[in-house]
Design a protein around this ligand. Sequence first.
Ligand code: NCD
Length: 457
Amino acid sequence: METESIVIRHARIIDPSRQLDRVGDILLGNGEIVAAGRLGLDRIPEGARVIDGTGLVVAPGFIDLHCHLREPGFEYKETIAAGAKAAAKGGFTTLCAMPNTDPPIDNAAMVEFIHQKARKESAVRILPIGCVTKGRKGHELSEMEELATAGVAAFSDDGDPVYDANLMKLALTYSSDLGLVISNHCQERSLSCNGVMAEGPVATHLGLDGIPAAAEEAMIARDIALAEATGGRLHVAHLSTVGSVPLVREAKDRGLLVTAEVCPHHLTVTDQWVLGAKGAASVAAGGLAYDTSTKVYPPLRAQSDVEALIVGLADGVIDCIATDHAPHDLTSKQVTYQEAAFGISVLETALGSMLQLVHSSKLSMAAMIDRLTVGPANVLGEKYADLASLQPGTPADIVIFDPDQEWTVDTSEFASKGKNTPLEGTTLKGRVVATIVAGNLVYEGPGLKIQEARGRT
Ligand code: NCD
């Protein structure tokens, strides 16, 4: 489809795929990047829409390796249409959709269903992830080759681990032939048992069953051993503990094909928030209060875990930031902590949360963008590299954001159906101003300044 020309002027252009970080202009036409740099006025086509990028950052659109769009089966929690709108608001131009739907995405027809829905209802790119095991039941491998041919971007039984070590070993063996990662939700259930939050003083205070760090680390260690035995491509989903980081680091040092992701909430929120006062004085909420919007798998953990994950992300041991956007209906959270569903609605707050790390100098702006673009694209494989670049000739998938614009999280304004976030009412610094997919302006946010259809000013 032919799209209009758009030029973004005087913006800070950050393209980690080319180590580019400079103030300049970027021209889009026919759905592609035409030029990025300092453009002479004569390069701006007659009739182009001109966006004033002064004070704004322009980067490749974010790629989310891990989100739950709930369709088919759980449309009361989220739909592809609503999730895609939330993604565009959050600056994401590509979403990898987890297959824990009903029915699960474990055959070619289901993959085609997602593709068709996405074509009709989504302004962002949707890449389905296929199940590792049939029905996500953990007993028998899915037809992985059929799924790969149908176009899945990865495999996962997320929400559940691949329990059976021999099945995981087989899946990893096939992953190298198919060139697609196995993203495993690492949770040793014989250790996590009925746990609903991180093991530690807060869980003890509330009398809630805790999930030990070893539940995650034991399965990561198993999977790394299996990746080593098979030469397979292991991706560790949602890393959350201080002890998981060296496991991944050592596996990479040994040259194994192991990658990892971390979620915004595990980088910015601790288990203190379970008490319901957004991490403030722990007693403020009283001994028996808690906030079920903090219930997520893996659980929010201690400050020492948060700090180790930030260091791991900054130095590149953790390849990327993934949202694990897990929207739920209200009633799934308006119950006791034990009964509440695991999951946080993240797409619309991810950038603001991640910029907290940039504003506090724990992560550079370029590294943050790298972990939201090049990092996830590399996990998916060479085929997706163009989605994470501002190189002329690549698809015009772009985010424009104001790193300093402050806003208060108000879930009634979320495009996502999932209003389940502990960040409700908090102020974030940094907001998406516009999102462009294949040259189309798919989201226009507060602070966008467009000079209509006339280039030469
Ligand atoms: C996920 C969901 O709701 O699908 N929830 C979550 O807390 N991350 C699945 C899961 O990983 O348990």
